[in-house]
Design a protein around this ligand. Structure first.
Ligand code: 5AD
Ligand code: SF4
Length: 467
């Protein structure tokens, strides 16, 4: 198992990079420069973090990251296929690079689309030399060696059943919050979801390796860690220590220098009282749980193969609400699943009323290849899906307005992560994962924890001033 450490972003860039950023390193213009790479990422936090690790693997082999594809020796796309027709997007992007191979540039496709489309990519875009799925990243150094040797069709498409992607070096994009994967793949079988196919079976990382990486990031000055996994709370320590997920959370929080611990995404089925007890015992565990419901209708949940009923989901919510401090709860919802009726939709709307989520991420159902629901009848027309999505979002907007209004006058601790272009304006996240935009007369607040008093709000964020 590889040693994992971080080279520290501070030495590479000043301040945080915008959300969809990659490197901010200067790049000479001109012909392709050997030993440089450009990496573009689409998708979720897992994908973002995979890219941080891929960048680390490349940098440990002497590559330098650049911000333009024009002159990079190696152009990589790390792609997500969970909802969108990402494959189309990738092929149109690849089309733009048709001439690059002739100019000596090497093009590679990584991630879920690579896994999904496999060697077909070489047929449709013969100028691509590397296709590596997210379940084969542990082989990346080997595959890169083949690319470096001039091999024109290098693939990593096996779904490794036990390897986890651990790197000698991770090139992190955010200087204060470190992502750490603790579990890869997924053993659930939600009927709409392509992840078990693209990311392979569940593989938990050894607890001692996770804790070693936490220590390393803490030594480099990171104070917030976010533990990642498609079903993060299904974590099953493969070592003889057999740490429970809740024990791992406590152990991470105990590492010197760590001030905030987040984890995402939790699966309701594996959400236990132990997790709430750990949150009660350790305030460094952030006041936030992301618990995707997907639907409020037991009938739809069954068709989705989510393995819980509405009532069982609500029991988990009650468990979290039973904590000694207020924990914010967010969720994912899919509208327009095949066969979803008006009555099903009404149940999802009433779930929002029952739970009063702090935020929701709502999506229109999108049929994905290799999924069981692909062949289901009673598809919902696109316009109808849009109507349902709008209804859900409108209801949630009202809930958030009401909730945010209740915060006015309260003070929150904020980890300052952005300096606005407007003078004296900053923003950051509370422990409950709300964004607060605030004013302060102080300078050099980036990366610091400050108390902010809420003076105003919008449906999606709070406004305040440094207390
Ligand atoms: N269609 C729409 N939304 C989906 N998600 C996953 N697969 C699909 C799909 N086929 C959503 C789920 C999941 C989130 C990451 O993406 O809500 O929790
Ligand atoms: Fe997909 Fe379900 Fe696994 Fe989440 S739990 S990644 S929705 S199969």
């Amino acid at each position: 198992m590889g040693k994992t450490f971080d080279i520290g972003l501070e030495s590479l860039t000043a301040g945080p990079l915008p959300a969809n950023r990659r490197s901010a390193l200067a790049m000479p213009s001109g012909p392709a420069v050997r030993g440089t790479f450009f990496l573009e990422t689409f998708g979720c936090q897992m994908n973002d973090h995979d890219s941080e690790k891929v960048a680390g693997v490349l940098m440990s082999r002497g590559y330098r990251q650049v911000e333009s594809a024009d002159t990079a020796g190696l152009i990589l796309y790390n792609t997500c296929s969970i909802r969108e027709k990402a494959a189309q997007k990738v092929f149109s992007r690849l089309g733009e690079y048709r001439t690059k191979q002739a100019q000596g540039q090497v093009i590679g496709v990584l991630g879920c689309v690579a896994q999904q489309e496999g060697e077909d990519i070489f047929e449709r875009a013969p100028w691509v030399s590397l296709v590596c799925g997210s379940a084969s990243y542990s082989k990346l150094p080997e595959l890169l060696a083949q690319v470096e040797a001039g091999n024109q069709r290098v693939t990593g498409l096996e779904t490794d059943t036990d390897a986890t992607f651990e790197t000698e070096m991770t090139r992190r994009d955010n200087p204060w919050r470190a992502y750490l994967t603790i579990i890869e793949g997924c053993d659930k079988a939600c009927s709409y979801c392509v992840v078990p196919y693209t990311r392979g079976p569940e593989r938990s990382r050894a607890s001692n390796s996770i804790l070693r990486e936490v220590r390393q990031v803490a030594e480099l000055g990171y104070s917030e860690v976010q533990l990642l996994g498609q079903t993060v709370n299904s974590y099953a320590d493969p070592t003889s220590r057999k740490m429970r997920f809740s024990e791992l959370l406590l152990a991470v929080a105990d590492e010197p220098g760590i001030r905030r611990v987040r984890f995402t995404t939790s699966h309701p089925k594996d959400f236990t009282q132990h997790i709430v007890d750990a949150m009660d015992a350790q305030p460094k565990l952030c006041n936030h749980v992301h618990l995707p419901a997907q639907s409020g209708s037991t009938r739809v949940l069954r068709a989705m193969q989510r393995t819980y009923t509405r009532e069982e989901y609500l029991e988990k919510i009650a468990m979290i609400r039973g904590a000694r401090r207020p924990i914010s709860i967010t969720t994912d919802i899919i509208v327009g699943f095949p066969g979803e009726t008006e009555a099903d939709l009404a149940e999802t709307l009433s779930l929002l009323d029952d739970v009063k989520y702090d935020a929701i991420f709502a999506f229109k159902y999108s049929p994905r290849p290799h999924t069981p629901s692909l062949s289901m009848n009673d598809a919902i027309p696109e316009e109808e899906k849009s109507r349902r999505l709008a209804l859900l979002q409108e209801k949630q907007r009202e809930i958030q307005m009401e909730r945010h209004a209740g915060f006015i006058g309260m003070a929150f601790e904020v980890l300052v992560s952005t300096k606005s272009r407007k003078e004296n304006h900053w923003s950051g996240h509370t422990t409950c994962h709300r964004v607060i935009n605030f004013t302060s007369q102080e300078t050099a607040l980036l990366g610091k924890y400050v108390q902010v008093r809420v003076t105003g709000m919008t449906p999606n964020s709070l406004v305040g001033e440094h207390a």
